[in-house]
Design a protein. Structure first.
Length: 239
């Protein structure tokens, strides 16, 4: 026996003995994303691995494991006589480095960032004319890719690199490169390298075996280049 006609339609449908025909909204899956507090006043994001923040906590050594011989003065790391490598290794990563080039330097502020001891992102005083080729200027992937534009600041001014790095994928048995390493680089906030692919090392890194995990190396090249605010964020690995 049906209820009175004056009842709402939903009520009429729901009082039937075995069925409720009221439409139920589909449940949507809402992914739970990790929350990362972003830094302010130049501080790194909360999930960053800080390699140098101006304090005595320097997460670098010389390649042979001995203590780094670079000086820390007034919260700034000054290049010494030997290369230094990070104690922490990574695969894919977001890397942030700030640097300051010396003026009146015979070596023209020459240094570099090496990823996995293979690929060099050049550091150089490219603000004015110099003797180096386009593929050796600041923000070049040394001797392979020139930067799209030159945004190098004058010596004495702080500069920044923000680098998205995807490590090479290697065949487990042969060690051959299956997918090349890739770099996207912002120099002083300007895109200068986009999705650059590398199947081998650059410069001195060409003689090293290909790997898919390794440290960040700061190059000593005879110039007292200064560094600060160095951090990395390890990114989720995707084959």
């Amino acid at each position: 026996m049906f209820p009175h006609r004056g009842l709402p339609a939903t009520s009429i449908l729901c009082v039937l003995p075995l069925f409720c025909l009221t439409e139920v909204p589909a449940q949507k899956y809402v992914p739970v994303l990790p929350v990362v507090e972003t830094g302010s006043d130049g501080r790194p994001p909360a999930d960053a691995l800080v390699l140098f923040d101006g304090s005595g906590n320097l997460r670098f050594t010389q390649p042979d494991g001995s203590p780094a011989d670079w000086k820390v003065e007034d919260g700034v790391l000054i290049a010494g006589d030997h290369d230094i490598i990070s104690k922490d290794w990574f695969r894919d990563a977001q890397v942030h480095v700030e640097f300051n080039l010396p003026g009146n330097d015979p070596s023209q502020g020459n240094s570099g960032l090496y990823f996995h001891d293979l690929y060099e992102v050049q550091i150089l005083d490219s603000h004015g004319p110099n003797r180096f080729t386009a593929k050796q200027q600041c923000a070049s992937l040394f001797n392979l890719y020139a930067p799209m534009v030159n945004v190098t600041r004058a010596p004495g001014e702080w500069q920044s690199y923000d680098i998205l790095f995807r490590a090479a994928r290697l065949d487990r048995r042969s060690g051959m490169v299956v997918k090349p390493a890739r770099f996207t680089i912002l120099h002083n906030g300007v895109l200068v390298q986009y999705e650059r692919a590398l199947r081998e090392g650059t410069g001195a890194g060409r003689r090293n075996p290909m790997v898919s995990e390794g440290p960040l190396k700061l190059q000593a090249h005879g110039s007292p280049v200064r560094f600060r605010n160095i951090w990395i964020r390890r990114l989720p690995y995707q084959p």
